[in-house]
Design a protein around this ligand. Structure first.
Ligand SMILES: [Zn+2]
Ligand SMILES: [Zn+2]
Length: 190
């Protein structure tokens, strides 16, 4: 392991394509993959779950043909598209409109703790003092290990906050280095 860590400017999303978790049904190892649709698959109990991550939003602005006031309707975070949406004006006039949808890659939330999508617990997670150390998968774990091991940590030109810049203090703290590396070793053997 190198003594020097140069930020590769990865963001957490680099590691969300495939995440290791505890199966919510049988408690054994399961995998969540994300390519727009989240899928959980457990090869032990054959549990299979899926959830759409693409979400839709629309905004409608129309002048009411009866009273000439503007009619507004906004919606976001929709999992399905409806072809027509009914809108009623305060004057009582109502009509069906065809919305134009915008599509968003709708993370309900970034995984940011030991719990992640489908309310599962991350496989590579363990409490450390009053904190929880966690990684989404083995590649993420190794990336953190490299960071923690390094005596010299260098930044790199970047245009956004990188994963290592947003790490909690207990991971950044060099006084926790040896204990954290021990913890990582036990996780690597799982
Ligand atoms: Zn299972
Ligand atoms: Zn009206």
């Amino acid at each position: 392991m190198e003594n020097r860590f140069k930020d590769k400017n990865y963001s957490l999303l680099r590691f969300t394509k495939k995440m290791d978790v505890y199966c919510p049904d049988c408690g054994k190892h399961a995998i969540i993959t994300d390519n727009g649709i989240l899928k959980l698959h457990c090869e032990h109990c054959k549990l299979f779950l899926r959830k759409k991550l693409m979400m839709y939003s629309y905004r409608i602005r129309h002048r009411c043909p009866q009273c000439d006031k503007m009619i507004y309707k906004d919606a976001c975070c929709l999992e399905e598209k409806e072809t027509f949406v009914s809108i009623e004006c305060k004057c009582g006039f109502s009509r069906m409109y065809k919305p134009t949808y915008k599509c968003e890659h709708g993370y309900y939330q970034k995984p940011n703790s030991e719990y992640t999508y489908f309310d599962t617990k991350l496989w590579y997670s363990k409490s450390f003092k009053n904190e929880i150390f966690w990684a989404l998968n083995m590649e993420h774990l190794h990336y953190l290990k490299h960071y923690i091991t390094a005596k010299l940590r260098e930044r790199n030109n970047r245009e956004y906050m990188t994963l290592v810049e947003t790490l909690p203090d207990f991971i950044k703290s060099k006084k926790n280095r040896l204990e954290l590396l021990k913890l990582i070793e036990t996780l690597e053997k799982k």
